[in-house]
Design a binder for this molecule. Structure first.
Ligand SMILES: [Zn+2]
Length: 350
């Protein structure tokens, strides 16, 4: 594969610089559709979060994750390619559509994805390596099948040659509508001024240049920690959380918060943090999870306000996890999600 062009200022692949934008209000958006937010997060973190949730609820949850992600993915395709555009893709541009979506997946760190086989109305097979999350990608493919074929989908996944073959095919057991409208309009984003140093040429945060971008392998890796990063829609993650809550009950938001707290305290260490208030501001801004506009840290508590917080439960879990790493003791956490996308969090040391 020829070496991809990169920014003369920071060395990040030019295509990525053009497709993704880090806003100053703590959000990251797709340049072609700024309404579409993404978060830049550790793939391992997604896996550990779901593993922790499963341990806490003590029942398998992969099928619920897949269904939540399917709804999010289908909703996205349904809205982004409605009417004539959608009809054109479904009739004349099927293979181009698969190629564009797998290329975009590689650019966003979702893995190396290739169309392995396709038969209209029968199946779509994708071979994936370095896949960011097996259940989330299974949900993505189910949503793509819904959109392309207009049919309910079942997705099977088999290991092959160090990767996975994902096969989506019609699900004859499901009679219901493919999807209901998932949610109301997202609140308008509040302006902000995150303090990330930026490349003079492409204006992406300079810290991104520390990552290794391998478009052939579909990975974005941090060589210092070996963590792989992926860009995922926060509304899709919220869709998975809603599905978990619908299936498993109203305790689920507290469970998700606890699962995220456990992930942070086990995967990060105190040495990475430095001054906590500044670290948290950078952590959220770099990941596009919000703008930490106010934080009061005391020996026994932390109070924080995050504008444009998304997904709110993960933001709250991150705050609690880092407070515990910093203080070296357990804590309790209260949070309040405002209508305007502002999250207030209060953490108290045990
Ligand atoms: Zn640059």
């Amino acid at each position: 594969m020829p070496k991809a062009k990169s920014c003369s200022g920071c060395g990040i692949p030019t295509r990525f610089c053009k497709e993704v934008r880090w806003e100053s209000n703590g959000t990251v958006v797709m340049t072609r559709n700024p309404d579409q937010r993404v978060i830049f997060c550790e793939s391992e973190g997604i896996d550990m979060l779901f593993r922790n949730i499963q341990e806490l609820v003590k029942v398998p949850i992969d099928h619920i994750i897949i269904e939540g992600k399917r709804k999010g993915a289908y909703d996205y395709f349904h809205q982004a390619f409605s009417g004539l555009k959608g009809a054109l893709i479904r009739t004349l541009m099927r293979r181009q559509f698969f190629k564009i979506s797998t290329d975009m997946g590689a650019l966003l760190g979702l893995g190396r994805l290739e169309l392995a086989d396709y038969a209209k109305s029968e199946y779509i097979k994708i071979y994936g390596r370095n896949v960011y999350s097996v259940p989330l990608y299974s949900g993505d493919l189910a949503g793509i099948f819904n959109f392309m074929e207009g049919l309910p989908a079942i997705v099977k996944c088999e290991e092959k040659d160090g990767g996975y073959i994902f096969t989506a095919s019609p699900n004859s057991e499901v009679q219901e509508e493919l999807v209901a409208r998932l949610q109301g309009k997202a609140p308008p984003r509040q302006p902000g001024n995150t303090r990330l140093e930026r490349c003079q040429v492409c204006s992406l945060p300079v810290v991104l240049a520390e990552y290794e971008w391998d478009q052939g392998m579909g990975t974005i890796a941090d060589p210092a920690t070996s963590r792989c990063m992926a860009l995922v829609g926060p509304t899709d993650i919220d869709s998975v959380f809603r599905e978990l809550e619908n299936e498993l009950g109203e305790e689920i938001p507290r469970t998700i918060l606890e699962a995220q707290r456990r992930y942070i305290t086990s995967a990060f260490d105190r040495g990475e943090i430095g001054k906590l208030e500044e670290y948290l501001h950078r952590h959220f801004a770099l990941r596009g999870m919000g703008n930490l506009v106010q934080v009061v840290l005391r020996e026994d508590s932390l109070e924080a306000t995050v504008n444009n917080a998304s997904p709110p439960l993960l933001v709250a879990g991150i705050l609690q996890g880092f407070f515990e790493l910093n203080s070296g003791s357990g804590s309790s956490c209260q949070y309040d999600k405002g209508e305007n996308g502002t999250l207030n969090v209060e953490i108290r040391r045990d």
